[in-house]
Design a protein around this ligand. Structure first.
Ligand code: 8QM
Length: 406
């Protein structure tokens, strides 16, 4: 049956068919009513617009994420099936890989971004957050996206990677292409790829060993070549993963947190009263806004999922954001609550592919929210927030605010 109650004319008959396009501007503008329709229609749905299965309830999203043998990543985690179409860039050796290939590359990045590595950068990240907040207190009125959510990660992450100063303006545009490219062949994806050449050239060059400063995350990846964990051909591609996934994600995560704290003054007050809540306030913002909204998997065999039979070679779209607000899993799912038990949210994914950079993201979020809580009394939204449209990322283009010193 379609959402309007008429029988489906094509596609699988056993699951509800919906006509929602989750990559349409109207969907991006307000995804929440559509997320509810997707969850309520059934545990597994079929989206006629793109001929894919969809899961929007927490249980099924979690189940798909935790069965990587059946729901694979090596055929791409976007709509494009790498078995049928040539990828727009060489596949990622970690994101777009399955065990056993994935296991080795994952281990490398996991070590490079380990708790020990975080200890080395923590003081620098915290000092830079305090500096950024001081600069913003001098301005009082500013754009919380450009001047905070982008400026802060740009002030630390490229240095932590070991990138040279020139050309960094390519980093966010490159990531924007990466995240648009996971979507269907709509205007956003086609335009992004069409304009990607200069950004791709920059990234490819910076991934080379000679262009990465000693001691940085990039050099640490290349160092694994010397002890034989990865080949010299693999190392630049793993650096590319950090350039692809390490900046725009935290920009939108920090942007989400500031947007939440500006909109919900009672939660801002709780954070001010107890700045040790900063890390959970950031985590809850990742659940509440889900900067990474969706990902696909591809079935490696016929599989039954919550009563639905899905054939081999089918794309399954996971609505991470809808799972993160599924009332079957969460109390008051639509409330931003900085003291909530956030564990189990799928904003960083789940299972073997769960965000390998999550400690970097949490560190950035924690030190920035701590600096704000200690130094700022009030955050007021002073103009219309403008949305940024991307096939995968949810976030704002601008958020005019005025802050008051503590
Ligand atoms: C998304 O290139 C990559 O390895 C890569 C790109 C994007 C992501 C992850 C990895 C999930 C944040």
């Amino acid at each position: 049956m379609t959402a309007s109650g008429t029988p489906a004319s094509t596609g699988p008959a056993s699951v509800p068919h919906l006509d929602v396009d989750p990559f349409d501007m109207r969907f991006f503008a307000d995804p929440y009513p559509a997320h509810q329709r997707l969850r309520e229609a059934g545990p597994v749905v079929y989206l006629d617009k793109w001929n894919v299965y969809g899961v929007a309830r927490y249980a099924e999203v979690h189940a798909v994420l935790n069965d990587p043998a059946t729901f694979c990543s090596s055929r791409g985690v976007g709509l494009s099936d790498f078995k049928k179409e040539t990828p727009w860039r060489p596949p990622s050796l970690i994101l777009e890989a399955d065990p056993p290939a994935h296991t080795r590359t994952r281990a490398v990045l996991s070590k490079v971004l380990s708790p020990t590595a975080m200890k080395q950068v923590r003081d620098r990240f915290a000092a830079a957050a305090e500096e950024r907040v001081d600069a913003l207190l001098d301005k009082r009125s500013f754009d919380a996206i450009a001047d905070l959510a982008e400026a802060y990660p740009l002030s630390i992450f490229p240095d932590a990677l070991g990138l040279k100063p020139e050309g960094r303006e390519h980093l966010i545009p490159y990531a924007s292409v990466v995240f648009n490219a996971f979507g269907p062949p709509n205007e956003l994806r086609q335009q992004a790829i069409a304009r990607s050449a200069p950004h791709q050239a920059y990234v490819a060059e910076q991934c080379q060993r000679d262009n990465l400063a000693p001691g940085g995350f990039g050099a640490c990846i290349h160092a694994r070549v010397d002890d034989g964990e990865i080949t010299a051909t693999e190392a630049p591609l793993l650096v590319r993963s950090l350039l692809s996934a390490g900046l725009d994600t935290t920009v939108n995560g920090i942007g989400a947190a500031v947007y939440c704290l500006a909109r919900f003054p009672d939660q801002w007050q709780r954070l001010r009263d107890d700045p040790t809540l900063a890390r959970n306030a950031f985590e809850e913002a990742v659940r509440f806004e889900s900067p990474v909204q969706t990902f696909f998997r591809t079935t490696t065999r016929e599989v039954e999922l919550s009563g639905a039979t899905i054939g081999e070679g089918e794309k399954v779209l996971m609505f991470l954001a809808a799972a993160n607000r599924d009332p079957r899993r969460w109390d008051r799912p639509d409330s931003y609550d900085i003291t909530r038990r956030t564990s189990g949210h799928v904003g960083f994914g789940s299972g073997i592919h769960m965000c390998v950079g999550q400690l970097v993201a949490r560190l950035e979020g924690e030190v920035m929210l701590t600096a704000l809580a200690r130094r700022v009394a009030k955050i007021e939204i002073t103009g219309e927030p403008k949305r940024r449209f991307n096939n995968t990322l949810r976030g704002l283009d601008s958020l005019p605010v005025t802050i008051t010193p503590a």
